[in-house]
Design a protein around this ligand. Structure first.
Ligand SMILES: [Zn+2]
Length: 185
């Protein structure tokens, strides 16, 4: 099944309220919440090629992040991408709609593309949107450095930092664990 076909199926969800509720129920039934990251990890079937969670909508497979993004963010021709770099995650707070390039970066970061060193983003890393240029990011490079500095000194906890910088605990956790903003010293 092509990506376009998968997207076409997902695009039909929103026009049917009763089915929409059914899809959400099925998503939540296969959810395991990661206590460290807040990720909603899919415990059902997985697409072998991409490592993404798989759910059938009208008997056709789509990714769980796409199904969730559709329910929560509404329909979009763009790709459902992970801000948390966790391919199994479908926590709507960790999802954003991005371009095909965003989606490829998503996969490249997780080491799930076959292109390896031949991939253009490896040879020219400056082309890859990261940090504040990446979709959905609201913090600046300076703020990330500051967050890590404050956290290292042990004065501020995750919650306090999240409040101070106007972001979520999960976001701060990803930053201090260097799951995100890895290119920032
Ligand atoms: Zn996540």
């Amino acid at each position: 099944m092509s990506l376009a076909e998968i997207e076409a199926v997902a695009a039909r969800i929103s026009s049917r309220p009763r089915q929409r509720a059914g899809v959400l129920e099925r998503l939540l039934r296969r959810r395991r919440i990661n206590p460290d990251t807040g990720c909603w990890e899919w415990t059902g079937c997985i697409f072998k090629t991409s490592g993404y969670g798989q759910i059938n909508i009208e008997k056709k497979p789509t990714t769980v992040q796409r199904a969730m993004a559709h329910l929560v963010l509404g329909p979009s021709p763009l790709y459902a991408c992970h801000a948390c770099d966790n391919p199994l995650c479908f926590n709507p707070e960790h999802l954003f709609y991005g371009t095909a390039l965003d989606n490829m970066r998503d996969a490249v970061r997780k080491g799930r593309t076959a292109t390896g060193d031949r991939n253009g983003l490896h040879r020219r890393p400056e082309l890859a949107a990261r940090g504040e240029r990446a979709g959905g990011a609201r913090l600046t490079t300076e703020q990330v450095i500051e967050i890590r500095h404050l956290y290292r000194r042990g004065v501020y906890g995750l919650k306090r930092l999240a409040r101070q910088f106007g972001t979520t605990d999960t976001n701060v956790l990803h930053i201090v664990r260097r799951d995100t903003w890895r290119h920032v010293p």
